[in-house]
Write a new protein. Structure first.
Length: 473
C-alpha cells in the first residue's frame, strides 16, 4: 500500500514541480512507514544533505499531498537518514536517528557546499594521477595547429592560445560563444591538449554542462557530494562546454557557483563555451551570470567563404585526399549552416569517391548531392524563422521563449518549432535550447502535433505556407 501511495505522490509532485525536481530530490526518498495512530509519516533519505534540503524546502509538499493521499489533515513528517532502521520503526523517540535540519542553512533554495578542500599545487599523489586519467576527456585530434583561423574566429583563437600558454594568468575566466558547429569545442580541447603537453602533471577536465548536471544529481542521490566536490576542486584547468544548459537548474547553479569560486580563488583556469552571450542566457542566477562575464569574452561568427574553403582543403588533406579549389568553393558556397555540416558534406564526398573508385571532381560532388536527395544549402536560420513568425503571428522571440502557456502563444511556439525543424539542419536539442531551454522531447511533441493538425486544418496550412514564403524573398 505504501508503495502505491508513494508512486501517486511522485506523479502529483512531477506535475506541480516538474520532472527535474523529482529526479533530483524525490526519487532518492522512500516512505518506509505510516503511523496512522499518531499521524506520523516516516521518510527515508539517502544522506544528511538531501534530508536538510527536503526539510527546509519541501516539507509542506510532503504534508499537503501525502496527507491528502492518506486522508489526514496536517500529518507530522519525520525525515530519517540512511543509518536509521527501516524495519519495525517505533514512534518518534530518542533512540531513532532523526535528521535534524542545519539551523545555519537559510530557508532559501541555496546549496551549501561541504568544507572546501585545500588546493594542492603539486599533483603528485596517487589520487591526483587517477583523477587525471579518469577525467581527462581531452580529444587528442583537436589542437591549435588544425584550427583554421579567419576574421570570424581570430579573437577567440588568440585568447584560447594565450590561456593555454599561461593558464590562470590571462583571461580568467575565458568565455567563448557562437553558433553550433563553429569550432568552440575544438578550441576547448586545444587548450587542454596544450596545457597537458607543457605540464603532464596538470589536471585538465573537459566537461559538458549537461553531463555536469547529471553527475551532480547522481552525487546527491548516492551520497557522493564530497567526492564530487573533490573532483572539481583539484583540477588545474576546467573546460565547460555548452554552459547554457545549466540554465533553470537552481541547485546545480549553486553547486557550480561554489566550485567556480574555489578554482578562481586558487588562480586555476576556467573556460566556458556557449551558444550565446552571457547576458542573453535565460534562467541563470545573476551572481553566476556576473562570474561568467567577469573575464575575457570572445565570439565566433559564421566563417567567410575563403575560410570555409581553407577548412575543406585542410580537412581533405588530413583524410589523405586532395580536392581542387573548384570543388572546395562549390561545397563552401552551398553549405551555409556550420563547419560541422561542412565537414559532413566532405566526408560524404570522400566516401562516395572511394566506394566508386572515382576522382573527386565537381561533377562527382554534384552527383553526390543529387544522389542523397539532400539540398546542400540551408534555406534559413533561426533568426529568419523568428522574423517571419513575428510578422505573421505577432509574437516576439521573448514571448516564444517565455513560460506563458496561453493557447494561441503555445500554438505559435509549436509552429515555430515545426518550421525550424523543416527548414534548417538544426537538431531538436538546438531548437529547444533556442526557444527557452526546452528539452528535445517537447520539441518532438510540438512537431508531431503540428504534423497531425496540418492534414485537417487548411487555415494552419495557409499560415505556415505564408510564413515559409518569407524565406524565398
Amino acid at each position: 500500500m505504501m508503495q502505491f501511495i508513494w508512486e501517486d505522490f511522485l506523479k502529483i509532485v512531477r506535475e506541480e514541480l516538474g520532472s527535474r525536481v523529482v529526479e533530483t530530490w524525490f526519487k532518492a526518498v522512500s516512505m518506509p512507514k505510516w503511523d496512522a495512530m499518531e499521524k506520523v509519516i516516516y521518510l527515508q533519505t539517502p544522506n544528511a544533505f538531501v534530508c536538510n534540503w527536503l526539510e527546509k524546502n519541501y516539507r509542506h509538499i510532503f504534508q499537503t499531498h501525502l496527507g491528502r493521499l492518506l486522508n489526514v489533515v496536517d500529518p507530522k513528517v519525520v525525515f530519517l537518514t540512511t543509518s536509521s532502521q527501516k524495519d519495525n520503526l517505533p514512534h518518534v523517540n530518542a533512540e531513532l536517528e532523526i535528521c535534524v535540519p542545519d539551523v545555519k542553512m537559510p530557508h532559501t533554495k541555496t546549496y551549501r557546499p561541504a568544507q572546501i578542500i585545500p588546493y594542492r599545487s603539486k599533483n603528485t599523489d596517487v589520487a591526483s594521477t587517477k583523477l587525471s586519467e579518469r577525467y581527462g576527456y581531452i580529444n587528442q585530434k583537436y589542437v591549435f595547429e588544425t584550427f583554421v583561423v579567419g576574421p570570424s574566429n581570430s579573437l577567440a583563437y588568440a585568447a584560447a592560445r594565450a590561456v593555454a600558454q599561461k593558464p590562470g594568468g590571462l583571461y580568467n575566466p575565458l568565455f567563448i560563444y557562437g553558433g553550433s558547429g563553429l569550432g568552440k569545442t575544438h578550441l576547448l580541447h586545444a587548450i587542454g591538449n596544450t596545457v597537458q603537453a607543457h605540464n603532464q602533471k596538470a589536471l585538465v577536465l573537459y566537461q559538458t554542462a549537461d553531463r555536469f548536471v547529471s553527475e551532480f544529481i547522481n552525487a546527491i542521490r548516492f551520497d557522493k557530494i564530497e567526492r564530487f566536490q573533490k573532483k572539481y576542486q583539484l583540477v588545474d584547468v576546467l573546460l565547460i562546454d555548452d554552459i547554457q544548459f545549466i540554465s533553470n537548474k537552481d541547485t546545480t547553479q549553486e553547486a557550480f557557483f561554489h566550485i567556480f569560486n574555489s578554482l578562481y580563488d586558487a588562480r586555476k583556469q576556467i573556460v566556458f563555451s556557449s551558444d550565446t552571450f552571457p547576458q542573453n542566457i535565460n534562467g541563470i542566477a545573476e551572481r553566476l551570470r556576473s562570474r561568467l562575464a567577469s573575464g575575457m569574452i570572445a565570439d565566433i561568427h559564421q566563417p567567410c567563404l575563403e575560410v570555409k574553403t581553407a577548412i575543406l582543403k585542410r580537412k581533405a588533406e588530413e583524410s589523405g585526399q586532395v580536392i581542387s579549389d573548384e570543388v572546395a568553393h562549390f561545397l563552401a558556397s552551398n553549405i551555409t549552416s556550420n563547419i560541422r555540416e561542412l565537414e559532413g558534406a566532405l566526408i560524404r564526398v570522400i566516401a562516395y569517391a572511394q566506394l566508386t573508385k572515382e576522382v573527386i571532381t565537381l561533377a562527382l560532388v554534384k552527383k553526390v548531392f543529387l544522389h542523397d536527395e539532400c539540398p546542400a544549402k540551408e534555406s534559413v536560420d533561426f533568426k529568419g524563422v523568428i522574423k517571419a513568425v513575428s510578422k505573421h503571428l505577432s509574437y516576439s522571440l521573448d514571448e516564444l521563449r517565455s513560460e506563458n502557456r496561453n493557447k494561441e502563444l503555445a500554438l505559435a511556439r509549436q509552429v515555430t518549432m515545426y518550421i525550424m525543424k523543416k527548414n534548417t539542419n538544426r537538431s531538436l536539442r538546438e531548437i529547444g535550447a533556442y526557444l527557452g531551454d526546452r528539452n528535445h522531447t517537447t520539441v518532438k511533441h510540438a512537431i508531431s502535433k503540428i504534423e497531425q493538425h496540418l492534414s485537417a486544418d487548411p487555415q494552419l496550412q495557409r499560415q505556415i505556407s505564408a510564413i515559409e514564403k518569407e524565406f524565398e524573398r
